[in-house]
Design a protein around this ligand. Structure first.
Ligand SMILES: [Zn+2]
Length: 161
């Protein structure tokens, strides 16, 4: 179920249909995660919370991703950090409410037909967003493709089917 940039970092545990929406439950694929302070890999899960993101529609149905994010306890006694949250990097930025593919799609839509028409089409296609959001994403997308960004560093686009 998970393809593209998310495929190497997430494992889907459950896929279901809620009303007309495809809901994919997923969690981090890595058994252990490196502490951002000391770099030591920890497997000691401290807690879990859920993030909900909008993904690209599939066969005309909206797709919602429910990602269980783990926090880990650093096991290095010399480290000043007690706990940390696993980080999915560019493929799933921390505060994002959409997957990167969904964001890029909306940005392209805004660039092609503008914010108002783009927003109407996005709703029909199962990816609702306001005209303002579309225009903002379109601007950010232009900024993100500037030289020096590491957007393609995960190799996600090359792995898409
Ligand atoms: Zn540490």
């Amino acid at each position: 179920m998970l393809i593209g940039a998310l495929a190497p970092i997430l494992i889907s545990r459950q896929v279901g249909l809620v009303d007309d929406t495809i809901v994919v439950h997923a969690e981090g694929a890595a058994e252990g995660v490196a502490c951002p302070t000391c770099d030591q890999v920890s497997r000691r899960v401290h807690g879990r919370y859920q993030r909900r993101l909008v993904d690209l529609p599939w066969h005309g149905r909206p797709v919602r991703l429910v990602v269980t994010v783990r926090s880990f306890r650093c096991e290095n006694p010399q480290c000043r950090r007690a706990t940390f949250v696993e980080d999915f990097g560019n493929a799933l930025p921390r505060r994002a409410r959409r997957t990167r593919e969904a964001t890029q799609y909306l940005a392209r839509l805004a660039a092609e037909v503008g914010g108002e028409a783009g927003a109407r089409r996005a709703v029909v296609e199962g990816l609702p967003a306001s005209p303002d959001t579309l225009l903002r994403l379109s601007r950010e997308d232009t900024d993100a493709s500037a030289p020096g960004d590491d957007y393609g560093a995960s190799g996600g686009s090359a792995a898409r089917v």
